[in-house]
Design a protein around this ligand. Sequence first.
Ligand code: 5GP
Ligand code: MN
Length: 326
Amino acid sequence: MQQAVNLIRSSEDILILTHKNPDGDAVGSVLGLADALESVGKNVKCFSKDIVPDVFDFLPNISKIKNQTVPEKYDLVILLDCALFSRTGIDNIKDIASSFNDILIIDHHPKNQTECDHYEKCIFIIDPKVSSSAVLVYELLKNADIEITKNIANCLLTGIFTDTGGFQHSNTDSQSLEAAAEFMKKGSRVDKITKNIFNSKSMAAIKLWGIALSRIKTDAKTGMAVSYVSKKDIEDSGAKEEDLSGLVNVINTVSDAKFSLLLTEFENRKIKGSLRSEEYKGIDVSRIARSLGGGGHKLASGFEFDGDLQNNVAKISEMILKANRK
Ligand code: 5GP
Ligand code: MN
């Protein structure tokens, strides 16, 4: 942590990157950190390969996250909410990263340091025990004596809120709640974040959720509850792919399933899998995700699969069955 603070103090131009398909923790952590670093005079640029979902438009400085080409001249590059440059989804990023001077990696996904990207000057703040990267950013800002403003508080509270599923998942711990309390003292409000993130869906999105929910099947062999949404479903509904965020958590409420899977066809022949489980069910879905080339947390993971949806739901179920037997 101290090395990271020193690195930040000695850097002027800072680039912040995060993973593709940025979620609330990625977006909130990036914006909170960017705002804080700017408040102490740094030049900060933020970049995401994918467009930030509209649901985060309520965050104060949302337009700061750009999705243009990554500029190459920086004193410091911070990789946030992932530990591998390949997770940014940026073309040639591994080559680009080798030209970076200093790199700070801040992440809370379970990983051995040996599995992370190592470049010559790389400092890691990695703690899989914390609920969210936003908590790690908060710890960093406290160590750097940077004041938490209301804007920073709003961004970081959004990160904790989304990664804990609105303070419902088993990663909701005292550290997260204490950080949330500090943010509320700065004027941030949980009810506003709840309204913006969970409770303002379009009619088209709700109807699309209905289609996916009506298709849920439980599979006795794997113990999973599974559903899927095709590209055509999304197009026909008039909703957007990002409107499916949170749906897998509802599929995961089927109490007699051991875990849940939502398959979304986001491009032709490209499928995204989202896996969820609950602590008491004794399943580690990150193992399943890793066996399919993805990753994530014990109770919330994901993977991508090349192929069309029609022919692959059964095949993916079969691969999951195998992964579970190992
Ligand atoms: P979600 O299902 O919400 O997209 O992702 C759940 C968790 O799994 C998040 O922490 C996310 O970063 C991680 N995750 C999702 N997809 C992938 C993937 O393709 N690769 C890796 N390594 N992690 C993923
Ligand atoms: Mn996260």
